[in-house]
Design a protein around this ligand. Structure first.
Ligand SMILES: [Zn+2]
Ligand SMILES: [Zn+2]
Length: 305
């Protein structure tokens, strides 16, 4: 079972992998920089090399980098959108140093412009980001081993629909993917859709708060996801319980089994044939001992359904 949690990136990559190992995790998530969006620390190549060796030896990965949650690719002001663009370009270039990583982001909030306009802005954002990253990597940064293909899979996180969040339904996620990929297909120059991978990170708390009943109808929700988005796009699960009732559109995480989703639903989630091989990331904030216990709990749910 691939299971882990959100870890502090303060000590670098190797430290995160060692911490993961010490609490029984074989995957982990981290913020690429201060979650409120400050400058990222310079990459230490020795740390990256040591991490890659250690991760290969211990079977750790895929790692999931989380963009600062304050980025808003759908912001109304150009300044806000440009900031989101610069941060994501920088993050993705850095992540090419750790091949096979995934990069998760909150699609954005349309702040009153309407969901349709929000989705258009997010799609434009992704197009510009991917073009710039591939362009930069293939010229100035060839030395870091860039290829014509972005090795990092970019994931759209399913959102609870708090405020004006985009990505509140499977249809909105699908619309972002479609607009982005069809724009690339229409363009006469690179990148084509095949040069990068766009996937989805499903957050159990968010979709529950968004109105998808994973407690009473997990099969139905997954069938709907498959029909609207396609299960092939699903690359990661954020495993969080919720403080709120179905459809509350609140986004308040709770530890596994302590919230309204409940332990039995999580037992079905981690054992579901369509989900069980995906990496599960716990992210309800707690100390390492708490995460260690939560990881052990998830493993104990496995194979017991
Ligand atoms: Zn998130
Ligand atoms: Zn999440």
């Amino acid at each position: 079972m691939k299971v882990g949690c959100h870890l502090s990136s303060a000590g670098g990559y190797l430290a995160m992998a060692q911490t993961a190992e010490s609490i029984g995790a074989n995957v982990f998530q981290f913020f690429t920089r201060n979650p409120r969006g400050g400058a990222a620390k310079p990459i230490d190549r020795n740390d990256v090399a040591a991490f890659l060796d250690y991760a290969a030896e211990k079977g750790i990965g895929p790692i999931l980098a989380h963009a600062p949650y304050t980025l808003n690719a759908a912001g109304a002001e150009p300044r806000v959108r440009e900031f989101a663009e610069e941060v994501m370009i920088d993050d993705l270039k850095r992540l090419e140093l750790t091949p096979g990583a995934m990069y998760n982001f909150h699609p954005g909030s349309h702040v009153g412009q309407g969901a349709e306009e929000g989705i258009r802005l997010i799609s434009n954002h992704l197009q510009r980001v991917v073009r710039r990253v591939l362009g930069d990597l293939s010229s100035e940064h060839r030395s870091i081993g860039a290829s014509e293909h972005l090795s990092t899979v970019v994931l759209l996180e399913t959102m609870a629909g708090k405020g004006s969040e985009c990505g509140r339904s499977f249809e909105e996620i699908r619309a972002i993917i479609d607009q982005t990929e069809s724009a690339f297909r229409r363009s006469t120059f690179n990148p084509q859709p095949s040069t990068f991978s766009l996937g989805v990170c499903l957050d159990t708390c968010h979709i529950w708060d968004g109105g998808y009943d994973i407690v009473n109808d997990l099969d139905g929700v997954l069938e709907e996801f498959d029909r609207v988005v396609g299960l092939g796009r699903l690359k990661a699960i954020h495993l969080n319980d919720s403080m709120n009732v179905l459809g509350a559109h609140k986004d308040r995480h709770e530890k596994i089994g302590k919230g309204k989703i409940g332990l039995e639903a999580f037992r079905r989630i981690v054992n579901h044939p369509k989900l069980r091989d995906l990496p599960f990331y716990l992210e309800t904030p707690c100390d390492l001992q708490g995460y260690k216990e939560e990881i052990a709990l998830c493993k104990s749910l496995r194979g017991n359904s």
